[in-house]
Design a protein around this ligand. Sequence first.
Ligand code: GLA
Length: 718
Amino acid sequence: MKGKLFLLICFLCISCILKAADKPVIKIGTDRVNLIYKVADNGRLYQSYLGKSLNHASDIAFLPMGTEAYLTNGMEDYFEPAIHVLHNDGNPSLLLKYFSHSVNQVSPGVEETVITLQDDKYPVTVIMHFVAYQKEDLIKTYTEISHKEKKPVVLHKYASSMLHFNRDNYLLTEFAGDWATEAHMKDVPLEFGKKTLDTKLGSRASMFTPPFFQLALDGKADENSGEVIVGSLGWTGNFQFVFEVDNKNELRVISGINPYASEYSLKPNEIFRTPDFYFTYSFNGKGQASRNFHDWARKYQVKDGDKDRMTLLNNWEATYFNFDEKKLEELMGDAVELGVDMFLLDDGWFANKYPRSGDHQGLGDWDETADKLPNGVSHLTEVAKEKGVKFGLWIEPEMVNPKSELYEKHKDWVIHLPNRDEYYFRNQMVLDLSNPQVQDFVFGVVDNLMTKNPDIAFFKWDCNSPITNIYSAYLKNKQSHLYIDYVRGLYNVLERVKAKYPKLPMMLCSGGGGRSDYEALKYFTEFWPSDNTDPIERLFIQWGYSQIFPAKTMCAHVTTWNKNASIKFRTDVAMMCKLGFDIKLEELNETEEAYCRSAVKNYNALKPAILEGDQYRLVSPYSGNHTSTMFVDKNKKKAVVFAFDIHPRYAEKTLPVRLEGLDTNKMYRVKEINGMPGTNSSLQGNGQLYSGEYLMNVGLPLFTTSQLNSRVVEIVAE
Ligand code: GLA
């Protein structure tokens, strides 16, 4: 009898195991976050859980099934689908069932889960990839779509990711703006219906909004409290985030390429790989979410993310188009005076038939203007070498002015509607990067310059126009591929540049922050957040971008925008990112010049904290008249705090600023640095030794009631 009972129990167990194996539970995990998928009896895949990691295996069975993971068009869901495929027979539906999954260790701390789904009526396969970065609590996800139908199928929708949330309320933070007002943050509650953040600008895709968002669950997320998801798409073109709250108050977040005017005809066996969507999940506010992104970006994503960055002097605002060899040699001398690493020559150095004397002509003709630079770029790199600074150069290789030799010779390379008047944005048009010949040309701009002038140490790669007049002579009857193939063409070029010149740092610029995404940053060491260098505006713009980008990727130049702000205030603001100058030294008095020199030295000494450390946003510029940010090096031995009084009120009460990220038990010497020569610090407690505990619980009286006042305070463990 006992034997029979034992056999019966064994049989029941095995069938349970088989059933479980039949209907797998797929757990994607980082140190603190779990994303769990389940396969239901109908064979479809459901997102069962996304939240804090669940560490008791037996609990997983109790999780509700959730909502279908990657919703398809034409089936029984009534809301926005993640994928919409039109089959050869005209059927627009897709029903995806779980086929298999696998897990593999990519490297220590990085694990990839691959889930394959298939339609059982049509030979269409969807493969979802999830790469989990354990320590950084970040998940990168993308999708591959392919089929084996006889003729091409048409993809109308092809999301990179679909995530589901079931909470009481949802608060979206969007980062909308425009040229010179980039990344302004605004909270928008999500209620029934759809909120879309997208762009149709093509090349200068994120001029109005960058490809990232923050989503707080069940209430507002602050710097140190609240549950928040921060998501971003790695695509240097049209993107779309759709947030849809359904009839049950459940939120679906669909992220991917903007399908607008982009139906994609997919050949049999061709794989449509979507861009990567990255997200992190923080249970203690936005500050942690930012640090997750910063750590991940420096370690895994950004070009030379673990390497140093060069300080520089740029000539754009100092000269605009008006310079010659002598002037540039003088400016290189100024770079030496300042003690920066590099001189960056901006726009205006090229073209001969239509010299680039302004922004209305010359783009496309990448030979040095003989009148201006009779000895060419090579002479400039030689002078730079003699003076002991590196030499960097501005280019805008994807663009063309109609007034150029390139346009005259290769009109067919220009994106334009053949039968309509041309429309210009900043007097220029966009080259057709879907065309491999154009890709060769664009690659050639960098390659020819580097071949002739191997000492060029840096490029500022600009992109000042969205795609206008959209039509490609090359794509003929596949016009709806242009937005996508443009970006793919750009990546082909950037891949070639990176392969041939792996050590060449480059700045991504797009008339300010018109391009700011993590796929581009695989090829660029840094980006230009905004043409607006008014330090007050920069406090907001940098605050916005710092939500997902680390300081070392964000270029900030000291300029003359807002002369009411002292050189110190302007420089202190720029020191919170990758520091550069774009000023005429001759306009500074001796004290100001001496201040700038010492600021560069201080900056170099603070690099381990600012560029490699942890960033804590202490007081938001959105909250009033003051703002403060600090950086702590990874050993918690040295930190730097920046504090700014913007427009304080008369006799306003100011409170001490509590620091963060220090070691409670360490003793730290507090010292105000970076002052104007000859001035003494008025910081109460300056020079004293405090415990980390005191600094984080009581704080320092950093703010004043002076207009446009700034402070840089060094905190060093003893
Ligand atoms: C863009 C950039 C500027 C400068 C000009 C040159 O606007 O954002 O920094 O390089 O182009 O034309």
